[in-house]
Structures are given as structure tokens and as C-alpha cells.
Ligand binder design. Structure first.
Ligand SMILES: NC(=O)c1ccc[n+]([C@@H]2O[C@H](COP(=O)([O-])OP(=O)(O)OC[C@H]3O[C@@H](n4cnc5c(N)ncnc54)[C@H](OP(=O)(O)O)[C@@H]3O)[C@@H](O)[C@H]2O)c1
Length: 374
């Protein structure tokens, strides 16, 4: 069964607490009402999962809440790969009598096979939980729907696909990674209105405002690696470190810094080779971008990478259809034809962004969207 977002009753304001009884009294039918209640609790689980974004690679960010008689008893999220899954985090502080007869809401179908930790379905079976509601189905065809079959055999009610689109969006990078071995690729850049990555003459390096740069800095908290071309390293000597305080407080480590070069002509004194995080810098010489991405996935467990320019590397990435998502910070400025172009390669056909979203940040616009890789 598949549920959309809240329909006849707006539950945006009813985020948690004793919502079941209140809703039951205003709904037309129990089944419609139950769907609305499930959507509301799944939103809370999604917020929990949001806390895990960037921290769990190569595992997905997952959130969970446990509800009994309409009251949220506990919540949890997966904190790091190898650590307890969200379901276990949410269950751990509840006594057996509290768990008995409760409903567990989890953004991803509970795991049913042994990984670094035991399968969550086993813990759920033993817990006394009587109903399991999940959002995304496991993208692995071998596991898809398996938790439901196992739990149903124990008499536990199972409902899948609740707020599925929202839950799927949250785990896009991981879904791609586990089904293809290739990391999710975000192309990020600051551009002028006419698509230049650089300003004329010696006007300085920055096109966009400090607010945009801080926003872009947060994105580094969501990815496992940052890629640049050697041209950018030679010109800008960027640090490519994560400095966003909130992400660091949450325990996000420094992303890998990856430099691509064919010539091998790299400045030895560059920050990425000399600063405190120099051990997290990788150089690939004479490897295709596709091969680099594959290697980052296979040998470094990178489920998501961000290409931060320059134009030649971004051009290569777009031309080879390796980009999944774009995040552009567009400054209200014209730079003319001498600037480095955002896409420094010929494309065989135009590429359109899917589901574009625009946000104003200070004087700049941020444009985010997905790129179809078909
Ligand atoms: N506005 C922004 O957001 C932004 C972001 C980044 C950079 N920039 C600007 O962009 C300019 C640099 O851009 P650019 O287009 O000249 O250079 P670039 O894309 O940064 O680097 C090009 C170089 O990277 C290496 N390279 C690129 N693709 C490769 C691949 N597929 N495999 C192996 N090596 C590869 C080659 O290095 P070798 O030459 O060593 O062989 C190539 O010459 C700078 O001025 C910088 O300030 C702006």
C-alpha cells in the first residue's frame, strides 16, 4: 500500500504527542485517519533521519519513532556505520512493557539480514512491537519486502510505502551507491548570470556573497568526498575542508579531498598537501573521471561526492553524464566571455534539471535540481 503526503486533514502542525485520539475524533473513517496518523508520525521519523545525513556513509540516514496509544515513546536515528540502526536506537531506552503493543515508524524498511549488526527484524520480533510502518522499500531486490514477509509470519502488522517519496529522496545517494557501486555526484559551483565561474581581471576570487558560501559549506557536511581539477588547485589553492560548525558538532568527519590531474603538475605547498588533514587528500593522475568515481565507491566507501569545479572537470562530468544533482549559486553579475565557463566541454545534447528548486540567499539565487542520467 502506498500513501501520499497528508491529504484531507492538514497534519503539518501536529508533529508529535498525543495525536491519535484527537484525530480519530475528527476523521471520517478510521482507515483514512490511520493513514493521516501514520504520515504525521513518519514526518517525525524523517526529521530524526535528517539528523543522520552525512554521518552514516556507506549506510543510509534512517530515522525512527516508537508510538503507543498515540504518544511518541522514543525516537532514534542511525548515527554511524557499524553502530546500532535507527530501530535499535529508538528501542534501547524502552522497557519490555512499554514496547508491547506499540507501533514502530521507520523511514527505511527494517533490515532482514546480518550485516555489521544483527538484523533489525529479529529485534522487532522479540520486542513485543505489534505494528511496523516504514517509508522506503529496500532498494536491494533481494531484500525488498522481505522484512514484511518475516514480520507478518509472526503476526506483526506491516505497512510499507508511507511518505515513500520523501523517504526515498533522503536516501537517494545510498540507493544509487548500493545498486550501482557508483557514488551520487553533486556538481556545485558559483556562477555569474552569464555562466562564468570567474570574474574579469583581478577582481578577486569570489562571485557570490558570504551567505552563499556559508550555505555551500554546509553541503560539504553531506558528502564523503570533494573533487576538484588541478587547474583549480593551481589557481586558488583551496582548503576544501568542512568548516560548518553544526556539521562538525554532529560528528561529521572531514570529507576526502580528491584532485584530478593528467599532467601530475601539482603545487607541493598547496594546503591540501600540507595542512592537518593532508592524509585525507587523494590524487588521481591519468584516470578517467568514471574510473575515479568507481574507485572512490569501491575502495573508499564514498556514497556521495561533490565536484567543486573548475569548468573543465565539470564539463567532463556533464559530458559523460556522471552528474546526478546540481547546486548552483548564481550571483547577479555579468562577467563576459573571458570567464571560465561552468561547463567547459561540448555537450552532445542539452541537459535539463528535474525538480528544480530556487532559494534566494542574500543577493544570490541558489538553484538545486536533479539531472537525469539516461
Ligand atoms: N566559481 C566557482 O564555483 C569555481 C569553482 C572552482 C574553480 N573555479 C575557477 O575555475 C578555474 C579553474 O577551472 P579550469 O576549467 O581552468 O580547470 P579545472 O577544471 O579546475 O582543472 C582542469 C585540470 O584538471 C585536470 N583534469 C580535469 N578533468 C580531468 C579528468 N577527467 N581526468 C584527469 N584530470 C582532469 C587536468 O589537470 P592537468 O592540467 O594537471 O592535467 C585539467 O587541466 C579557476 O580560475 C578557479 O578559480 C571557480
Amino acid at each position: 500500500m502506498r500513501f501520499g503526503s497528508a491529504g484531507s486533514i492538514n497534519l503539518r502542525g501536529l508533529r508529535e504527542g498525543r495525536i491519535a485520539n484527537c484525530l480519530l475524533s475528527v476523521c471520517y473513517g478510521v482507515s483514512v485517519c490511520q493513514k493521516e496518523i501514520d504520515c504525521a508520525h513518519m514526518r517525525v521519523a524523517l526529521r530524526e533521519a535528517g539528523k543522520a545525513v552525512g554521518l552514516t556513509s556507506p549506510n543510509p540516514p534512517v530515522g525512527c519513532v516508537i508510538v503507543k496509544r498515540g504518544k511518541i515513546m522514543s525516537r532514534g536515528h542511525h548515527r554511524r556505520a557499524g553502530g546500532p540502526h535507527a530501530e535499535i536506537e529508538a528501542m534501547k531506552d524502552l522497557k519490555a512493557h512499554a514496547l508491547k503493543g506499540s507501533t514502530i515508524y521507520v523511514t527505511l524498511e527494517p533490515c532482514s539480514s546480518q550485516g555489521r549488526t544483527p538484523p533489525c527484524v529479529t529485534a522487532i520480533k522479540r520486542s513485543g512491537i505489534s505494528r511496523v510502518v516504514y517509508g522506503s522499500r529496500d532498494p536491494n531486490p533481494e531484500n525488498k519486502g522481505r522484512a514484511g514477509r518475516i514480520l507478518c509470519r509472526q503476526g506483526i502488522k506491516v505497512e510499507g510505502g508511507v511518505l515513500e517519496e520523501h523517504c526515498d529522496a533522503l536516501i537517494r545517494p545510498w540507493s544509487k551507491f548500493i545498486s550501482t557501486g557508483m557514488p551520487w555526484v553533486i556538481a556545485k559551483a558559483a556562477t555569474s548570470l552569464d555562466g562564468a565561474l570567474t570574474r574579469p581581471g583581478n577582481e578577486g576570487q569570489w562571485l557570490t556573497s558570504e551567505a552563499s558560501r556559508a550555505d555551500a559549506g554546509k553541503l560539504r557536511g553531506e558528502v564523503d568526498a570533494i573533487l576538484i581539477g588541478a587547474g583549480t588547485l593551481r589557481k586558488d589553492d583551496p582548503a576544501l575542508t568542512l568548516r560548518d560548525r553544526a556539521a562538525l558538532r554532529r560528528g561529521k568527519g572531514q570529507p576526502l579531498r580528491v584532485i584530478l590531474s593528467r599532467s601530475g603538475r601539482l603545487p607541493k605547498k598547496a594546503q591540501v598537501f600540507t595542512d592537518d588533514h593532508r592524509d585525507s587528500t587523494l590524487v588521481y593522475s591519468n584516470r578517467s573521471l568514471r574510473a575515479v568515481l568507481k574507485d572512490l565507491g569501491a575502495r573508499h566507501d564514498c556514497a556521495s561526492v561533490m565536484i567543486e569545479g573548475g569548468g573543465k572537470l565539470l564539463g567532463d562530468a556533464f559530458a559523460k553524464k556522471l552528474v546526478d544533482e546540481v547546486c548552483l549559486y548564481i550571483a547577479p553579475i555579468l562577467c563576459g566571455v573571458k570567464g571560465v565557463p561552468l561547463v567547459g566541454a561540448a555537450l552532445p545534447a542539452s541537459r535539463e534539471l528535474l525538480q528544480p528548486s530556487v532559494k534566494r540567499i542574500g543577493k544570490d539565487l541558489r538553484l538545486r535540481g536533479l539531472v537525469s542520467t539516461d
